[in-house]
Design a binder for this molecule. Structure first.
Ligand code: KG4
Ligand code: ZN
Length: 377
């Protein structure tokens, strides 16, 4: 069967056709994967403007859908089911995909599967590499999320760690803005960091040893001992402030706290020499990558995981990819990372998660709605 998938949770309008292969070890094949990026529109504003994003999704969705059918060389009559991202994300953006998906499913009498965006990122791993050896520890690291999942059964995602404040991708985007590197920040820092000394600046790494009093809810109980579970959480806002302080010191501005807050949108970094920007970017990147991998590998060791997965936009990062593979090789644990086209937002991964869900729990009714804060476990 062919499934048509739609993804519009943030600033990418995407559609894909995914086919079932009949092979249990490698269950899905990509027939087409179309992404219309809005990056050029939001770059002008230094970040995603939700209202502009929704309007652009409306403009692009029909063309992207048609291109996905064309690239797959199929017609709508060859499609057996529809999957669409239900959340989390920007509600106005999500609504465009959800309304389009529902209208398509209703008009063609097709089953429709609402998909969690992070389930999509996780299933990008199986889509690219086949079923992971389980149990697996999977890190989803994107612009909106930094979450670690334990997977002991295909399609069952148990949250064991998450960021207490900013997502790693968000930290990349904010630090890039501060350094005058523009939007989106992740790829820009990745590029500039290659020319920098990653030991030039000594940024702090947050160590979380206390319980989180502001936690929205606990992560899965009983999978990890309580003290280990706490250590597995992430925090990136202190690191971001440390970079801000350093930039203001070097550019000769008094780094008092009020000024720091006000300067969050400054591009003070553009006043720094290129070699300083490269050193700061490289040191920041080293700190982020170490924080991500230390916790992921520690959790994997405790859980006796047979594999590690890393997915989401930040998994496109060259240092993260290289270090994850080196650590995995040294410890004898296989590390799976999607190819670049499946790291950042796309609809193929939503199709994979949609087929997984369709086969395990069936289609949804047509009365589901977009949910900006949808949770996964
Ligand atoms: O998964 P994604 O496309 O969207 C969300 O679900 O959030 O992730 C986007 C994030 C952005 O914060 C972007 O800066 C980051 O992924 N990113 C990177 C790289 N490429 C994209 N971060 C670090 N290095 C990269 N090469
Ligand atoms: Zn994403």
């Amino acid at each position: 069967m062919n499934l048509l998938a739609i993804e519009t949770s943030c600033d990418e309008t995407a559609a894909a056709v995914i086919a079932e292969t009949g092979d249990i070890a490698r269950p899905w094949r990509i027939r087409s994967n179309i992404v219309a990026s809005q990056a050029a529109i939001h770059r002008e504003w230094g970040g995603v403007v939700p209202e502009l994003a929704s309007r652009q999704h409306v403009r692009d969705i029909c063309g992207v859908y048609e291109a996905a059918l064309d690239q797959a060389s199929v017609g709508i009559g060859d499609i057996g089911a529809v999957a669409v991202t239900q959340g989390p994300g920007l509600v106005g953006s999500l609504l465009v995909g959800v309304a389009f998906g529902k209208a398509l499913a209703w008009s063609r009498s097709l089953p429709i599967v609402p998909v969690h965006h992070l389930a999509g990122h996780i299933e990008s791993l199986t889509l690219a590499h086949g079923e992971l050896p389980l149990p697996a520890a999977v890190l989803v690291v994107s612009g909106g999320h930094t979450s670690l999942y334990f997977i002991d059964h295909p399609g069952r995602y148990r949250l064991i760690g998450r960021t207490r404040d900013d997502a790693a991708g968000e930290a990349y985007d904010k630090v890039a803005k501060l350094l005058g590197l523009g939007y989106p920040g992740g790829p820009a820092i990745d590029r500039v960091a290659r020319n920098g000394n990653d030991r030039a600046c000594d940024f702090p790494t947050a160590r979380l040893t206390h319980a989180d009093r502001n936690a929205p809810r606990p992560t899965a109980d009983g999978i990890l001992p309580a003290d280990i579970a706490r250590r597995i959480d992430f925090s990136f806002s202190g690191l971001k402030t440390a970079v801000l302080r350093l930039v203001r010191e070097r550019t000769g501005t008094n780094p008092d706290v009020r000024a720091l807050k006000a300067a969050a949108s400054d591009e003070a970094g553009s006043m720094l020499p290129a070699s300083d920007v490269a050193d700061i970017a490289a040191s920041f990147q080293r700190t982020v990558v170490d924080a991500l991998l230390d916790r992921t590998f520690e959790a994997a060791r405790w859980l006796e995981a047979r594999s590690i997965g890393i997915a989401g936009g930040v998994s496109a990062n060259s240092r993260l990819r290289a270090e994850a593979e080196a650590r995995g090789a040294a410890l004898g644990i296989p590390v799976f990372i999607p190819p670049l086209a499946l790291s950042t937002d796309n609809a193929a991964m939503i199709g994979a998660a949609g087929l997984r869900k369709l086969r395990s729990s069936g289609a949804g009714a047509l009365d589901f709605n977009a949910e900006a804060g949808l949770r996964l476990e």
